[in-house]
Design a protein around this ligand. Sequence first.
Ligand SMILES: Cc1cc2nc3c(=O)[nH]c(=O)nc-3n(C[C@H](O)[C@H](O)[C@H](O)COP(=O)(O)OP(=O)(O)OC[C@H]3O[C@@H](n4cnc5c(N)ncnc54)[C@H](O)[C@@H]3O)c2cc1C
Length: 460
Amino acid sequence: MIQPLLLSSPPLSPGTTGDVTTHAPLNITADVAIVGGGIAGLTAAFLLKRAGKTVVVLEANQIAAGTSGHTTAKLTSLHQVIYADLIKEVGEEKARLYGESNQAAIEQVATWVAEENIDCDFSRQSAYSYAETHDHLDQVKAEVEAALRLGLPASFVQETTLPFPIAGAVKFEHQAQFHIRKYLLHLAQQIAGDGSYVFEHTRVETVEEGAPCRVITQQGVVQASDVIVTTNLPILDQGLFFAKSYAKRSYIIGAKIDPARAPQGMFIGVEQGYHSIRTTPHDGGLLLMIGGEGHKVGTVTHTEKNYQKLEAFAHERFGIDAIDYRWSTQDYVSFDKIPYIGRLTPFNEHIFVATGFSLWGMSNGTLSGMILTDAILGLENPWASLYDATRATPFLKPESLKENISVGVHWIGDRLKGLQSSTAALAAGEAKVLTVDGKKSALIETKPDRFTLFLRSALT
Ligand SMILES: Cc1cc2nc3c(=O)[nH]c(=O)nc-3n(C[C@H](O)[C@H](O)[C@H](O)COP(=O)(O)OP(=O)(O)OC[C@H]3O[C@@H](n4cnc5c(N)ncnc54)[C@H](O)[C@@H]3O)c2cc1C
């Protein structure tokens, strides 16, 4: 049986990471409570602790073992192809902020790795987004041009170390890759102690805003001045993030590869059915990781085929016959490609969220920790407004509502039934305050095409 590779070191147990523990949180007070121990939560906790705050991280399962423990962990601001689209859709200034902030997140990780001497296989690499066919060459060239306009380290190349020809690629220099779980376990070790805690196996049921805020778990209540919810998709309904993003699942296989034949760098295709490719040090040799066969969650039932297609690709392109690891995981994709980082709703002063990393959470998740720390410390952050979680944003399209309901995503579906009927009567360009889930309401408006809904604000 092929096992998942939890980009992993030994499982955590009490004592292995300082005060990380499975003990119940009973009743504790801290400056900041953080719900969810992935890259977003642990980065925020690490920064806040460094800034002198006491923090309590509450993780339902194991830290660094959710999406963050199962990623390909490319740390790059080259997010497949995004900059040409961003310039078109949100303008050059915002696109520049997106690139600049993601570059800053890479450098932040690099700084910590150096300062703290973190043993996490961190290495500088070039990132490539490649087109195999000439049909997509214009897209690649447009991305190079856009990235250069924004001051990003881009160039156009036609040669790579991949063992198959490409038509052309965007190359970003001085990006990085790392072993995310080793990195995050190190951050966790620095968080616990001196009035701060990391609790595993502690599921948060809800969070109540107040002075202080109350974070309710089955084992007790944590009181905190501020709360950050980084559960990949926020567990709270307010803010309607379940309708401002969609879940995408992707598959990864890992196989030992002769270092002499291994590609150097981090690669992702730009065509439909693209693959994501990188190597990682493993067992004294190199492991080739190939990701792909991604799809919206709920649209594919026989996932075995997805692995088979990846294995066929590994065989055809890299001559690999034996697969050592395989796993899949999912992340939330924001409809406007920009993550949601900031206050839960315009009415929440002390509850913050970070979600919608769109499968680029190594830089975006780090960035969310930086932005939310500044928000809690009352510091200006040059990128905060771009990522404002309460911004007007494209919303779930009516046809997607049916899809979500039909696949039995009840948590989402039940809430969207109301939304679907409430928006059905909206004419082109109209706006409406509507009730979702019987309690909450949101100001929704349609674009002239009537099929794109915009969430103006989520109200409580
Ligand atoms: C296949 C794949 C490949 C990827 N590759 C890359 C890549 O190469 N580079 C890149 O930048 N990004 C990549 N990503 C994206 C990246 O992995 C994610 O964006 C990122 O890991 C998300 O981090 P997170 O902290 O939001 O979520 P998570 O890591 O999932 O952390 C959330 C945590 O919250 C916990 N939680 C949930 N509910 C509760 C609750 N009620 N109480 C307490 N805790 C709770 C969960 O157990 C979990 O540990 C990839 C994503 C996928 C799917």
